[in-house]
Design a protein around this ligand. Structure first.
Ligand SMILES: *Cc1c(COP(=O)(O)O)cnc(C)c1O
Length: 334
């Protein structure tokens, strides 16, 4: 929210300086964004141009972004690892589009990368992937420390590309706490425990520690994905596997992921099942987020419980059918 608020201000200042209207800002993104983005648009009174998903591609494309942007676009948002399927928006292609638009139309539209989930993973497991300030139009990035940053809730980071991307008017300076303190936030006071924990992890683990942990999580989640795939009963949605997460659909089961999720809950597993956003709203998926403490043993356990739940649901489904048939026969006899 603070990142895009800064872009809104920069856009408005630019429009005012050019003597152009500045009353109809918009923001462009795919329907694969986290709810926080819809919140931003509503809270900060910016027109939300949400690009619907398509059946079978659950991310946004640069061509679709191109259709929505104009001189009133304060920012385009792209996700590095969506909440719904763990897939990544084509950030480099969107950047290239915006670079091109800047050259041809003169609209300097910033790209914000929502790296809430992927920001602490990609640098360690996929360092050659360009999604960050290596790309010209990426002007701000958010990352959640309390996800793969490995800190308890709630800490998040906002990184601006350049000091000039954050307008001075938004930064407040206070001196009544001793010395001068600069502050850019919505609330004022905040506990420092999460910052200390993040700091500790950075120093304690370092780049090599984070790399080990991320790679281990990737291996375990890939292993789970492979095992599920091999059964022939599930379709793995995030086939590219760029985050330690497995999102699946059922192939042709006589029950839904909601039944499966409920069965797993009886065993103590919290595996959410949900429908995808707009235009893919008939697609029901189930998501398993593999965390640092989720060992290979736990993968085996989860897999075995998934299959037990699967077979018992299948069985109860045939039982129901048989019973129905029985009742029909009974009725005939009677
Ligand atoms: C979790 C998440 C958010 C919200 O971040 P918080 O740190 O929980 O506020 C935003 N975007 C994406 C893609 C997320 O996964």
């Amino acid at each position: 929210m603070l990142g895009v608020l800064a872009h809104k201000w920069s856009w408005r200042k630019r429009r005012q300086a050019e003597g152009k209207p500045w009353d109809r800002p918009n923001i462009v993104m795919g329907a694969d964004v986290h709810t926080v983005w819809e919140k931003f648009a509503r809270f900060f009174d910016v027109e939300l141009r949400l690009i619907p998903l398509q059946e079978d591609t659950y991310i946004v494309s640069a061509e679709e972004v191109a259709k929505e942007i104009d001189e009133n676009t304060i920012c385009v948002a792209a996700v590095l690892g969506t909440t719904f399927t763990g897939q990544m928006d084509p950030i480099k292609e969107i950047n290239d589009l915006l670079v091109d638009i800047k050259k041809t139309k003169g609209w300097d539209i910033p790209l914000h990368v929502d790296g809430a989930s992927g920001g602490f993973v990609a640098p360690f497991v996929n360092p050659d992937l360009e999604w960050d300030f290596r790309l010209e139009q990426v002007k701000s990035i958010n990352v959640s420390g309390h996800k793969y940053g490995l800190v308890y809730p709630g800490i998040g980071w906002l990184i601006m590309r350049d000091k000039t991307d954050l307008p001075d008017e938004l930064v407040f300076k206070v001196n009544y706490l001793g010395g001068e303190m600069t502050n850019y936030s919505l609330n004022f006071s905040k506990g420092s425990s999460t910052i200390l924990a993040q700091y500790y992890n950075f120093i304690r683990l370092g780049k090599s520690g984070y790399t080990d942990i991320m790679q281990n999580m990737m291996n375990n989640s890939r292993y789970l994905a492979e095992k599920l795939h091999e059964t022939g009963k599930f379709e793995i949605i995030n086939k590219q596997h760029t985050l330690p997460l497995v999102a699946i659909r059922l192939k042709d089961a006589p029950f839904t992921v909601f039944h499966l999720s409920a069965r797993l809950r009886q065993k103590g597993w919290i595996v959410p099942a949900y429908y995808l956003p707009e235009n893919a709203q008939d697609v029901a998926v189930m998501r398993m987020v593999i965390k640092e403490n989720f060992s290979r043993d736990m993968v085996e356990l989860l897999f075995s419980d998934i299959m037990k739940a699967y077979h018992s649901l299948e069985l109860s489904e045939t039982e129901i059918k048989e019973r129905e048939r029985g009742i029909e026969n009974l009725t005939l006899l009677y």
